[in-house]
Design a protein around this ligand. Structure first.
Ligand code: ZN
Ligand code: ZN
Length: 355
């Protein structure tokens, strides 16, 4: 189990906190390497985890480095956390301000004998750099995704609907070892491809259509994410040209991507290729996003991302061109940023595949 309790404890002093309260699913998983349903409190010296009867046996077997308490009707998570805070005299306590519903925040704030302080940045900062075991899980998630792509190529043919292709992707990702989907697969054929986040529907693939598929799975809690656009039958010259521009934009980024650069700079590299080819106005979203326990994490690769990117960050690189009412192309890989360059976790081919 991958727990990060000591990393969190070490980050508390610089954020001027005695402890941090972790209530989200991803936060719990990051802190404990365990997913039940409970509340984690990490202090500078120790940790406390409350969970209920459904998860206690598993928690006792798997959670290390945290004191366990059983939550039950009459003595819930908040009350247990309050006792622990009193006992350990915790005064300044951070919380996951980006993940906690407002109502829940008010209940915690009323009950707890401490100053609750927004601290989303603490966990986001730690979670941005993946350690070797996290990377291993992400490599495996991507491997399953690459494998599913190979399988789906045998399934796509004229007459298959977007919905059928999406259902088959789900089946393959689970069959090949994914725990669940990282997100609902996007499958868009023909003109639907011009909507970057189209929902799979009744449109069927037909000769001369692009089919864009964006999908990923979860392995040991960690996400993969990949997009490929393939052509059913022969593409027109224009379609081929657009495909090449997207591919070149992606390659321009992959050649230069490394830790220490900003998301804004990398986003700009892709945009420059699009602009030179005359397609900049059709690239309607940012270049990419970090991912890990969640499929969208921070920081992102966009024109507003001006901080140097950390080493060990895993990010998507997904330029696209979307021509309204006609077609779209997106190509998405996931890479790890190192000091010298980046390591591409995605192994699926990127030359235009004609089925
Ligand atoms: Zn994607
Ligand atoms: Zn993505």
């Amino acid at each position: 189990m991958m727990n990060h309790l000591s990393q969190i404890a070490q980050a508390l002093p610089e954020h001027d906190l005695d402890a941090i309260l972790i209530t989200s699913e991803a936060g719990e998983r990051y802190a404990l390497g365990f997913h039940g349903e409970g509340v984690v409190l990490v202090t500078r010296k120790g940790a406390h985890y409350s969970t209920d009867g459904r998860y206690m046996e598993q928690a006792q077997a798997q959670v290390t480095g945290a004191e366990l308490s059983l939550a039950y009707t009459g003595k819930g998570h908040m009350s247990l956390a309050k006792d622990y805070m009193k006992e350990h005299r915790l005064e300044r306590v951070g919380f996951e301000s980006g993940r906690m519903p407002v109502d829940e925040y008010h209940r915690w704030a009323e009950l707890l004998p401490c100053i609750l302080t927004p601290a989303q940045g603490l966990l986001d900062g730690l979670r941005a750099s993946k350690d070797p075991r996290e990377l291993e899980a992400m490599r495996q998630a991507q491997k399953i995704t690459d494998h599913a792509f190979g399988e789906i190529l045998n399934f796509i043919r004229p007459g298959r609907t977007e919905r059928e292709i999406a259902a088959r992707l789900v089946y393959e990702l689970l069959r090949l070892g994914g725990e669940r989907m990282a997100f609902d697969p996007i499958v868009a054929a023909g003109a639907n491809g011009s909507k970057p986040h189209a929902q799979p529907g009744e449109q069927s693939a037909a000769p001369g259509m692009f089919v864009t598929m964006d999908f990923g799975c979860v392995y040991e809690g960690y996400c993969s994410d990949m997009t490929r656009t393939v052509c059913v039958g022969q593409p027109t010259q224009e379609m081929e040209e657009v495909y090449q521009v997207v591919l070149e934009a992606q390659k321009a980024v992959l050649q230069k991507a490394r830790a220490g650069l900003t998301g804004k700079y990398l986003d700009g590299l892709a945009r420059q290729v699009m602009e030179e080819a005359g397609y900049e106005e059709y690239f309607s979203h940012s270049l990419g996003h970090s991912l890990g326990l969640e499929v969208h994490e921070s920081p992102g690769l966009s024109h507003t991302s001006e901080k140097p990117l950390p080493a060990g960050m895993v990010t998507s690189v997904e330029p696209g061109i979307y021509i309204p009412g006609r077609f779209g192309v997106r190509i998405e890989d996931v890479v790890v940023l190192g000091e010298e360059g980046c390591d591409n976790l995605t192994r699926s081919p990127k030359n235009l595949i004609v089925l």
